[in-house]
Write a protein that binds this ligand. Structure first.
Ligand code: FMN
Length: 188
């Protein structure tokens, strides 16, 4: 079993996290470990109709964001990396400054210090210079940054199609290519 940490912070876009977890749920070789901040739960309650409990039910393990003694707080616990989806500007700032005052931030810090894959899906619009500088700092550290931007070359017909496309790009960053992404060149 390969462990993948899925962090959800309080930015808009809970449905993208759900799409990632739904796909991992169908992959027996992957063990998803979910950590949601309190703000993530609040945001999910506002914008995500299936609800927080459904979201949690998709993960193999759910961590308490305030319990800094959970397995993902230690580098000795082996993972293939972490995705933060969506990533709020506050969580982004916390990662960049190394200020790990909750389990999600600590897990991200561990991912960086162990040189594992850290994929961040930052969500804010417009972004100010602080946000842009923090993203540049993460890019310099080797993180993969996947803003949840729309794409049209794959001919999406619904919002779900757009969500699926981004979720599959996130999985690609962990070399999980067996997903249902419409790729450029498909059908040629
Ligand atoms: C409905 C809702 C949507 C939000 N959307 C965003 C967003 O897209 N990006 C962002 O940076 N913050 C957003 N916020 C604000 C964050 O939730 C807030 O900054 C919070 O402190 C983030 O905490 P966390 O990073 O620990 O989850 C939103 C808040 C609410 C209630």
């Amino acid at each position: 079993m390969k462990n993948l940490v899925v962090g959800i912070s309080g930015a808009s876009g809970t449905a993208i996290a759900a799409a990632v977890l739904e796909r991992l749920h169908t992959m027996p070789e992957w063990n998803s470990i979910l950590v949601m901040t309190g703000s993530a739960e609040k945001t999910a309650n506002i914008e995500y109709a299936p609800g927080v409990e459904y979201l949690k039910s998709l993960a193999n393990d759910v961590c308490n964001p305030f319990d800094i003694g959970e397995c993902i707080a230690s580098g000795s616990f082996r993972t293939e990396g972490m995705v933060i989806v969506p990533c709020s500007m506050k969580t982004l700032a916390g990662i960049v400054s190394g200020y790990s005052d909750n389990l999600l931030l600590r897990a991200a810090d561990v991912t960086l210090k162990e040189h594992r894959q850290l994929t961040v899906v930052p969500r804010e619009a417009p972004m100010n210079v602080i946000h842009c500088r923090n993203l540049a700092a993460l890019a310099e550290l080797g993180c993969t940054i996947i803003p949840p931007v729309m794409s049209f070359y794959n001919h999406p017909e619904t919002v779900d199609d757009m969500i699926r496309h981004i979720a599959c790009k996130i999985l690609d960053s962990f070399h999980i290519y067996d997903n249902d992404m419409t790729r450029w060149g498909d059908g040629k």
